[in-house]
Design a protein around this ligand. Structure first.
Ligand code: RP5
Length: 163
């Protein structure tokens, strides 16, 4: 399938402006694949109305994947997943407890409403974008081609010897 060049495919949300230093890596990774995305500060507990509106609009605007980063009692991804049927990827942001609280809050969803949780912090932010790319690559040939090139180059970057 072909995508319109202006079409946003991914919605990135984060609980606070303070999460941007981590979430920027998610946005930058999507940019490397030329994937247009929306970026918003939305908190499940501070701005619940904004969350509902964003997810309603996301569905209307045919956004295909939601990526949610939050720290502490990090329920943003879980609440988002409970409101929308779009796939939700969760990024636990590093916190006062080094992100362990965020990780458990994001990953430990009771059965019924899934969140695809990635690693804590920057690695998770990058991998959430790459996982979104993989999901979109099943539908869009041009994204699939870019992903193949990325993987080929990625392997080349790993040194054969440790010295
Ligand atoms: C969460 O609380 C946010 O996702 C953020 O990671 C954390 C701290 O937020 P601030 O106090 O920096 O706004 O809701």
């Amino acid at each position: 399938m072909k995508i319109k060049s202006s079409k946003k495919l991914v919605g990135i949300i984060m609980g606070s402006k303070s999460d941007w230093k981590t979430m920027i890596h998610c946005s930058d990774t999507l940019k490397k694949f030329g994937i247009k995305h929306d970026v918003k500060v939305i908190s499940a507990h501070r701005t619940p109305a904004r969350l509902h509106k964003f997810l309603r609009d996301a569905k209307k605007n045919k956004i295909e994947i939601i990526i949610a980063g939050a720290g502490g009692a990090a329920h943003l991804a879980g609440v988002a997943a409970s409101i929308t049927t779009l796939p939700v990827l969760g990024i636990p942001i590093e916190s006062k407890l080094k992100g362990l609280d965020s990780l458990l809050s994001t990953v430990q969803m009771p059965s019924g409403i899934p969140v695809g949780t990635l690693a804590i912090g920057k690695a998770g932010a990058i991998n959430a974008a790459l996982l979104a790319v993989s999901i979109l690559a099943t539908r869009y040939d041009n994204i699939h081609n870019k992903l193949q090139v990325y993987r080929k180059n990625f392997e080349k970057k790993v040194p054969k010897r440790p010295f």
